[in-house]
Ligand binder design. Structure first.
Ligand code: AMP
Length: 280
């Protein structure tokens, strides 16, 4: 496994890399969710590139950029074990040299709903850095997690609109044994908060059961989710939304493929989770 910190170094290496190239962008502090994407990339490509870059442009002014967890040596070990070929670990200056002032923005409901309501500049930062990484690496396939469902929808739209040749692959949500969706931010939770955060998956499972039993009213399902989440006394709900999985438009009656998406704060820790479901 080769670790590259400059664009030039990585591109020189990739000149002679065997096709196809699979790419997994991350912000590091890796867990099994990341590794499941790396494993998919490893199965499907000759060459696997993973980036570790805590992208400042996707953090709001009052968010956790400066405290975002970091353990590069541990990450390198996990990536080596997963037989990754190249790790790209650029500095902020390498990605955003002085004077950089161009952004990539998906301008639609996709970047105005769900997480964008409380994080209005987040997706502009994500699309900008992912577009730059696609230009730098020119991968055949790029791997993203369903955990960040809105990010997947936004990236797919960007790839279509800007004619990137990369194909997007989506990996399912990887959970801890207790059901909590894995996230680098889970490391901020104390034991009590982690126990309380289990209401997220519990509420989604209950919603799934309601739908399987025939419920089609979005409001009824959202009420059930809210009731379950409020069993946790410290949960502060940011949003509970049921949207069309492609357009992310709110639904009143469930049809086609739906996304039930949640963002809830436990103390200062904001967690997201979701459920994708085909309505028959
Ligand atoms: P991050 O390091 O948080 O930017 O995540 C990097 C990639 O890993 C993104 O595509 C995430 O959606 C994905 N990811 C994060 N958590 C999970 C999880 N629990 N299951 C599957 N994929 C995940």
């Amino acid at each position: 496994m080769k670790i590259c910190s400059t664009i030039l170094e990585l591109q020189n290496e990739l000149k002679s890399a065997k096709k196809t190239v699979g790419f997994v962008p991350t912000m590091g502090y890796l867990h099994d969710g990341h590794i499941s994407l790396v494993n998919e990339a490893r199965k499907q490509n000759q060459t696997v590139v993973v980036s570790i870059f805590v992208n400042p442009t996707q953090f709001g002014a009052n968010e956790d950029l400066s405290s975002y967890p970091k353990d590069l040596q541990r990450d390198f070990k996990l990536l080596q074990d997963a037989k990754v070929d190249f790790v790209f670990v650029p500095s902020v200056d390498e990605i955003y040299p002085n004077g950089a002032c161009t952004f990539v923005e998906v301008d639609s409901n996709l970047t105005k709903t769900l997480c964008a309501k409380s994080r209005p500049t987040h997706f502009r930062g994500v699309t900008t850095v992912v577009a730059k990484l696609f230009n730098i690496i020119d991968p055949d396939f790029a791997y993203f997690g369903q955990k960040d469902a809105q990010q997947v929808a936004v990236i797919k739209q960007m790839v279509r609109d800007l004619n990137f040749r990369v194909k997007i692959r989506v990996g399912q949500i990887i959970r801890q044994e207790n059901g909590l969706a894995m996230s680098s931010r889970n490391s901020y939770l104390n034991k009590e908060q982690e126990d309380e955060a289990l209401v997220l998956y519990k509420s989604l499972k209950q919603a799934k059961k309601l739908i399987q039993d025939g419920e089609r009213s979005a409001q009824t399902i959202k009420n059930s989710i809210e009731k379950t989440i409020k069993l946790s006394k410290n949960a502060q709900i940011d949003y509970i939304q049921i949207v069309d999985s492609l357009t992310l438009q709110d639904l009143e009656l469930l049809k086609d493929e739906i996304l039930i998406a949640l963002a809830v704060k436990f103390g200062n820790v904001r967690l997201i989770d979701n459920l994708l479901m085909e309505i028959k």
